[in-house]
Design a protein around this ligand. Structure first.
Ligand code: SF4
Ligand code: SF4
Length: 493
């Protein structure tokens, strides 16, 4: 979860796809008004007590439009009052000057920068009130700020918004990859952020799910090219981690109900708290600005998971046993445990209850990565080896589950370790690293879902649970012909 201060400063750019535009249109009065630094600081003081897990940072609009003394005040507070002694900022970088760099160094600020590629791919990031030349000039400032910060040793992470203007065809995509190659070679990494299709409020330049899948798959190939080991980009690496069960990285693959966008909490310019800005637009039922105290809607409530209960039961394109019309759900999706519907702001047909229009791309990327990992290590165990709806996503997100992906390749498992075949197994297929917070019944269900109720013994008195499983049961991916189980990609098994 990230904690932000977004002080209603507006922005000196006017990107055509900016997901904050609906908020600006609706709340122009607030932007025209001054932000209230005292209200922001009062809320931060409250967060110091209630949200000690992560230091907050600055977000936009464009946070460098705050007065420098206020930036200093907020950075200093976050730096000094959270244990990690660091903070962060998300900026378009066009306004960065020497004073800002001094502040970044003084308060250990990592700098997230939005940039859509080289200048010619950056033309959706319009300079407000300027023409093409001013826009290009601003893009040049962003690109040189990235290099300067890297030279100065300030940590930089990049967001590349994907849209028709930088990834709509292969020629543009190759230019973008060439720019990413330069950044990676400098030790600068980042992630893709597909533009959201907000048709009501701005021109829709978002990629179709099909095109996004092509972009993701090409980027994965680009990363895997021989001799280019320094290349890395997300969500590609995140998806590898997700399949290995090491975590459930990236909010867009985790649960995020539109009423309780748990991945982001935000302090607005008047000190009010709200959730992720992507849910500020009208979503499905036409009600904008669903979150925040002024609407009385709860947010960040972990019990509000209705969207996911529905998605799990509603059939759609991923259900191998269903051939009816696509109803927008995810029943039976092989990747449910690592991709639970996607960002609600990108729900199919503008309806947050549906799976995201980008799920198709996620699914394709997961399929490719899973296939490649299994070809490399046929005996590897991935999250997809668990039942499709095993309740492990929350555990992965909170790092409480270890599916032991390499257990068949280790000594001490009652057989020869082997990259090709799973061998005899004495461990359960996954173990709960920290089970203190997990109810006994939930843990029991995990075992029963995997092994079958009939062979699981659970003793609530001692908390002990084990499965009397045989070797065949523990090797569900090996068939009688001795070949590995389905590679998940381009095969008929
Ligand atoms: S720079 Fe960021 S906040 Fe500003 S208009 Fe562009 S996307 Fe929106
Ligand atoms: S609304 Fe979308 S971008 Fe925002 S926290 Fe939720 S999943 Fe993430």
């Amino acid at each position: 979860m990230t904690l932000h201060i977004a002080a209603n400063t507006g922005c000196n750019l006017g990107c055509t796809y900016c997901y904050e535009e609906p908020d600006r249109v609706m709340k122009q009065k607030q932007i025209d008004n001054e932000y209230d630094i005292d209200a922001i600081m009062a809320r931060l003081e409250e967060w110091k007590e209630t949200k000690p897990w992560e230091p907050p940072g600055m977000h936009g609009g464009e946070p460098l439009l705050l007065r420098k003394e206020h930036l200093d005040q907020i950075f200093a507070y976050c730096y000094e009052n959270w244990d990690e002694k660091r903070t962060h900022i998300q900026t378009n970088a066009t306004l960065i000057d020497d004073d800002h760099i001094e502040l970044f160094k003084k308060y250990n600020v990592s700098v997230g920068i939005s940039c859509d590629g080289p200048i010619e791919l950056n033309r959706e990031r319009l300079a407000r009130g300027g023409g093409k030349d001013v826009t290009d000039h601003m893009s040049a400032r962003t690109l040189s700020a990235i290099e300067r910060l890297a030279d100065e040793g300030v940590p930089v992470g990049l967001i590349v918004v994907l849209h028709d203007g930088n990834a709509g065809n292969d020629e543009k995509l190759e230019k973008l990859l060439a720019q990413m190659d330069k950044w990676n070679a400098m030790g600068i990494y980042g992630h893709y952020n597909p533009a959201i299709p907000y048709e009501d409020v701005q021109t829709d330049i978002s990629l179709t799910g099909e095109r996004l899948a092509e972009v993701y798959l090409r980027t994965w190939e680009w990363m895997m090219e021989p001799g280019q080991d320094y290349r890395s980009w997300n969500p590609m690496r995140d998806f590898q981690n997700n399949l290995l069960g090491t975590s459930l990285r990236n909010c867009i693959v985790n649960t995020c109900d539109v009423y309780n966008a748990g991945a982001a909490q935000i302090i607005k310019g008047d000190g009010e708290q709200t959730g992720c800005g992507k849910t500020w637009a009208a979503v499905g039922d036409g009600v904008p600005f669903l979150q925040g105290e002024s609407t009385d809607n709860r947010y960040n409530d972990p019990d509000e998971q209705e969207r996911y209960e529905m998605l799990k039961q509603v059939p759609g394109a991923c259900d191998p046993e269903y051939d009816g019309p696509d109803l927008g759900g995810l029943r039976g999706c092989r990747y449910w445990a690592v991709d639970q519907g996607g960002c609600p702001s990108a729900g199919i047909d503008g309806d947050y209850r549906n799976r995201s229009t980008f799920h198709e791309a996620h699914h394709a990327l997961y399929e490719r990565i899973e296939g490649d990992m299994r070809r490399m290590f046929p005996a590897i165990r991935l999250m997809t080896d668990l039942p499709w709806d095993a309740p492990v996503s929350d555990l992965a997100a909170s790092k409480q589950v270890d599916i032991k992906p390499f257990v068949n390749m280790q000594h001490g498992n009652g057989g020869e370790p082997n990259v090709f075949r799973g061998t005899a197994e004495v461990e359960p297929p996954f173990s709960i690293i920290t089970n203190m917070d997990m109810p006994f019944e939930a843990r029991q269900k995990l075992y029963e879902d995997y092994y079958g109720e009939e062979i699981v013994t659970a003793d609530p008195a001692t908390g002990s649970i084990h499965a009397d499983s045989d070797v065949a049961r523990l090797q569900p991916r090996a068939d009688d012909d001795g070949k590995a189980g389905c590679c998940g990609d381009e095969c008929d098994c």
